[in-house]
Write a protein that binds this ligand. Structure first.
Ligand SMILES: Cc1cc2nc3c(=O)[nH]c(=O)nc-3n(C[C@H](O)[C@H](O)[C@H](O)COP(=O)(O)O)c2cc1C
Length: 195
């Protein structure tokens, strides 16, 4: 039975300890259907998702290591090898991007936010279907060459890399804020109840 929406929303947590099996085809399809229902100002459809699995992860790892080498030429071979291996930490990676239309009336940041909202919908779908995932970025997400290699233009944004799979161990979520810590009532100046 599928998890109800409120349970999914209030129990989702990142998990970086991921293994096989990767999300099945039906779950991925649901992820993408959910992503397509995320809010999108002006319905500009900025969302782009690249599915990376199998040997393609090695190519992504190469791009990540190459980013590190260019940003920090003195990086040791060991550190580069470690970076190369990072893309192998999950059986499946969804590269989430925003194709930004710079000339549109809708500000670029809102186009990126739309892709961010879609990212959360995908994370929640994975969780509701029993899979684990983590949203990561890092230098590679902002690197021109990585963007180009993944088919994005320089004015596009890589919103995140969703690493997805099956939890190898349970993750301890960070302490969640209580609503009182970030929610407050905003009163009208003429409202006598405002004190
Ligand atoms: C835009 C964005 C980028 C992130 N990049 C990273 C990252 O590169 N590495 C990482 O460990 N966590 C990253 N996170 C945070 C985790 O995905 C996670 O949300 C956070 O650690 C809180 O844990 P939780 O998801 O269990 O609540 C990112 C989150 C967002 C929204």
């Amino acid at each position: 039975m599928a998890m109800d929406a409120i349970t999914a929303l209030t129990t989702r947590a990142s998990n970086g300890k991921l293994g096989e099996p990767a999300p099945d085809a039906e779950t991925l399809r649901l992820c993408f259907e959910a992503a397509a229902c995320a809010p999108d100002h002006g319905t500009l459809h900025p969302l782009r998702v690249r599915v990376v699995r199998g040997a393609a992860r090695e190519r992504l790892g190469e791009l990540m290591a190459d980013t590190l080498r260019r940003h920090n030429p003195s990086t040791s071979d060991e550190q580069l090898a470690q970076m190369r291996g990072k893309a192998l930490r999950a059986p499946l990676i969804l590269v989430v991007g925003a194709h930004v239309q710079s000339q549109a009336k809708v500000p670029a940041v809102e186009q990126v936010l739309a892709a961010g909202a879609a990212t959360q919908s995908m994370l929640l779908t994975l969780h509701a279907r029993g899979y684990a995932a983590i949203w990561r970025t890092g230098d590679a997400a902002y690197d021109e060459q990585v963007k180009r290699a993944l088919g994005f233009a320089s004015h596009d944004a890589i919103v995140g890399f969703i690493y997805a799979g099956t939890a190898k161990q349970t993750a301890k979520p960070p302490k969640r804020l209580q609503p009182e810590e970030f929610v407050s009532e905003w009163f009208s100046e003429s409202d006598p109840s405002a004190g």
